[in-house]
Write a protein that binds this ligand. Sequence first.
Ligand code: ADP
Length: 615
Amino acid sequence: MLKSLKEPFTYARPGQTAEETADRRKEAGKGKGKQRARNASRTLKLMWNYLIAYKGKLAAVIVMVVLSSALSLLGPYLAGTAVDHFLVNRGTGFLRFLIGMGVVYILHSVTMWLQSIWMITISQQTVYRMRVELFEHLHRLPIPYFSKRQHGELMSRVTNDMDNVSSSLNSSMIQVCSSILLLVGTVSVMLSLSPLLTLLTFLVVPLMLLGMKWITAQTGRLFKAQQRNLGDLNGYIEETLSGQRIVKAFSQEKSVIEEFRLRNERIRLSGFWAQTISGFIPKLMNALNNLSFAIIAGIGAIFVLNDAITVGVIVIFAEYSRQFTRPLNDLANQWNTLLSAVAGAERVFDVLAEEEERTDEGTAVELDEIKGEVVFEQVSFAYEGRDSTISGVGFAVNAGETVAFVGPTGAGKTTLIQLLCRFYDPSSGSIRIDGRDSRSIKRESLRSKMAFVLQDPFLFEGTIRENIRYGKLDASDEEVEEAAKLANAHSFIRRLRGGYDAVLKADGSGISQGQKQLLAIARAILADPSILVLDEATSSIDTVTEIKIQEALQRLMQGRTSFVIAHRLNTIRQADQIIVLQDGAVTEKGTHAQLVEQKGFYSSLVNGQLDIIHS
Ligand code: ADP
């Protein structure tokens, strides 16, 4: 089955105008606006569903986080008591104390190391799973989803957003948990030692919180903007690179570069401010830290002189106040990373929440064989948010016949084909294949009986052989070569260095447009479809290749129902039935001779008064 061709009509539509592209971009932007309003708790809950799969490891990480927090509280506490014991009371056992301190700090490092290793394992596995699910899901989404979005923006979700989720799972989660534990622990021990000094130490906390709140509010907004701008730029790069030929053909390089500069500048600005402002956090914390240290040293000394506390308590407080602001500082820093990760995760979950291509109705059947009888009955259809695109189209095709769709750009020819292969379903009327409503046939089954030969055939990076084999994945080498021979492609393939094993680039460069078509025909021959869709090339191809293509197409179309979006008079003349479309409706229908007789739109086309048919 030609999987890649499930989405062949979404790009390079000749009828698409600049305004339409802009509309799509606006729509994509609208989507993002909605995301910002979404709540983080839902995203966190969804995230939790992924993490819960690693219950055991997660519990171990939590134990390690608790242990390491307790150990980092114990260190300063021991140091403070040592000051009282050794300096004030001139006690003994210094070696034992040193060993004890050593063990505490070593254990602290070990617990930190273990928690980070285990968390990295969990986060990598989680992100691996999410990436697979996202990718699979993207491939199950219906075509309308893709026609509304830029490819680059979707790519950015699979790459950038996933990266963000991964890095914040790696470090931010642990940091946030241990910061909270440290805060609670520090405050409890401080309170138990001297409630009054604790209160005085905390005088700076409201200042810290206010400062932090202001900074995170600013940076959160800026980081989000940065991410959005990055997605936007990615989309633009992808769009202009894949449309290079158009850009060059219309000499739009300058304006494309100018637009790129603007978007790049937006990233620079939001990135600059996000980072500059978030860079203030440590400075602010440091200043406030010093302030609280001064309070402890000054007022603590008075307390000591009044015998309210010991010198050791001042040491503990001095150390704890540092330990107290560090987690606050970490929280502030990690908060930003978490925010951008949550925003990233939200964008990923948004895609995952998109409804997949509707599964076939329970009663839908698998068809082993399709003869290829096709009937359109009063078919009407409109793209989302548009007025009617197709209205009341009806025609009947016998198995094996060739139908040529003729009509101006935007008349609805491509849309009819998309309806036929169920990328969209009609809003009213029905399409019957071998007498069955197409909605009662499984999509997979239907599409596997169809093959497409498009104007600009889709080739992927791989050998010629692999590209042809895409039509039937289990085909033997002999079958591939046989199909290439029937498609008149064999001789040019043999002349390539490497022959069937010559590697094609992703954009198919290295072989000519006509040769690409021959490969597409070989692929379709191999697929052996009952229904063939052919979007005839409008560009002129050298005469020799053109003859080869025509000959190969004749062979391919033999005995199959073929729908041709036709531009060549030759093809149209040979069709069993010509369907003239204008503004989404059938205006004329019949054989060449009949239509010429009618002296309508078709006959004026043929007489060369209108310019959409090439002879
Ligand atoms: P043709 O193949 O005859 O050139 P199409 O079937 O591509 O015409 O388009 C018919 C009409 O539907 C045009 O007005 C086109 O702009 C519109 N159209 C095509 N694809 C989409 C889409 N994905 N979303 C919205 N409108 C579309």
